[in-house]
Design a protein around this ligand. Structure first.
Ligand SMILES: C[S@@+](CC[C@H](N)C(=O)[O-])C[C@H]1O[C@@H](n2cnc3c(N)ncnc32)[C@H](O)[C@@H]1O
Length: 193
């Protein structure tokens, strides 16, 4: 990841995308949570969790949630939020980074919210392959991304979702939601045969 870009951004403000306060984000989170195909999950995974607004909501649907945030300032804020919500025992927040060599959890829910377009283009496919290989058979994957490209991004959200839809990943597309600004896609990994 372009660590320096995020370090500078978070040094200027704790919540650069106003995830805690914006009506736009609140509605997008509500749609994302409504899109989860199952009500309860055993083991959720949310890489790139930032200050943890979605994390705390996802934790209500998961027996255990693993959240990754490589930058310290938002990671500490995420931990504070999880603790204030009384969810510390159900949520693990670490500083790991989405990367092909990462130690991915055996999740039955993976939420990829506004994170994939920060990966270098050549790393996206291999990272997803390793992520899906580690996940539980039949796991649900919910991806939500702003459709355009902005500073720090290596591709548009539409390009990131085109990669997720690539048949070589073998995901079943269950449904989705598309607006002018962002896209939500809901996938399922095949059950083991
Ligand atoms: C736009 S924020 C999204 C926050 C959260 N997922 C949400 O939707 O509310 C992107 C976050 O992803 C993190 N990030 C960027 N590249 C990453 C990577 N390779 N692995 C894990 N996190 C990453 C950044 O530090 C930043 O906090």
């Amino acid at each position: 990841m372009n660590r320096n870009f995020f370090e500078v951004l978070y040094a200027g403000t704790e919540d650069p995308w106003e995830l805690e306060t914006s009506d736009y984000e609140a509605r997008k989170y509500a749609l994302t949570l409504a899109a989860l195909p199952r009500h309860r999950y055993r083991s959720g995974f949310e890489p790139g969790c930032s200050v943890g607004v979605l994390t705390a909501r996802l934790a209500e649907r998961c027996e255990h949630l693993e959240a990754w945030e490589p930058i310290e300032r938002p990671r500490l804020r995420c931990r504070e939020r999880v603790s204030a919500a009384g969810l510390t025992e159900r949520v693990t927040v670490t500083g790991e980074e989405l990367d092909p060599d990462a130690a991915f959890p055996a999740a039955d829910l993976i939420v990829l919210s506004e994170v994939l377009y920060y990966l270098p283009e050549k790393k996206l496919g291999p990272t997803l392959q390793r992520l899906f290989a580690a996940a539980q058979p039949g796991a649900d994957i919910v991806a939500v991304h702003w459709r355009s490209r902005d500073e720090g991004m290596e591709m548009t959200g539409d390009e990131a979702h085109a990669e997720l839809r690539d048949p070589r990943h073998g995901l079943q597309l269950l449904g989705g939601w598309r607006e002018e600004e962002y896209v939500i896609d809901v996938f399922r990994l095949p059950e083991r045969t």
